[in-house]
Ligand binder design. Sequence first.
Ligand code: HEM
Length: 232
Amino acid sequence: MNTLLFGVLPYVLLVIGIAGAIYRYNSNRFTWSTQSSQFLENKTLFFGSFPWHYGIITVLLIHLFGFLIPAGLLAWNGSPIRLIILEVTGLAMGLLALFGLVALIYRRLTNVRAKAVTSQWDALLLLVLLIQVITGVLTAILYKWGSNWYAAAAAPYLWSIIALNPNVDLVANLPLLTKLHIINAMVIVALIPFTRLVHFFVINIYKYLSRPYQVVRWYSRDSRTENIVQYK
Ligand code: HEM
């Protein structure tokens, strides 16, 4: 079972993701966006979007660091105080992302206008993202020093997938919750081209973090002058 889930499934999902990206690029590349719904509803979007993006981007940067330089992560964790700083930051950012995601889901479920533009793909995406964040946060809470065994076991496993020589033993004994976290991450990768996550590929990360989270301009007619005026 482990061989099927961790040795074969990752490639199936990867092929779906790559084939989907090629197909979408060739068929309708101008739809590579998040399809803003800010003009439909703004307030809850604000409370969801900011915490979600800042939380999840920080968590993913920590994941990326441990993936690219596992020895560096282990060296950082060599001092107990640094280990605790990293774990607490990761957990806090994970909880921030969870809060934001729940607000975004609440908005899609309760706001009639946002609901009207929510496709089945959007709903599926929100569900898998929720599973991902909940399993990650629970792993961090229930199993001690996850960042250490992420660097020692999970990162080498991911590298073995890339090297086309999957070492399933590295993850075979991880907790069930964490296994779900890993498989679900791969499902997310496969879903990218089919959902609004495709905006990953077209964002300018620096601008994305420093600009307002979305920019929608409203136009209206000035009642005195009859001129069209723009509001930000
Ligand atoms: C779509 C990709 C992913 C997302 C959105 C994601 C999200 C998260 C979140 C929100 C947390 C909790 C915050 C934290 O403590 O850092 C977390 C923790 C964790 N994730 Fe992921 N994750 C992803 C991919 C992966 C992958 C591919 C692996 C392993 C191969 C992994 C392994 C872990 C581990 C071991 C923890 C616990 C860290 C700790 O206890 O400090 N994650 N993840």
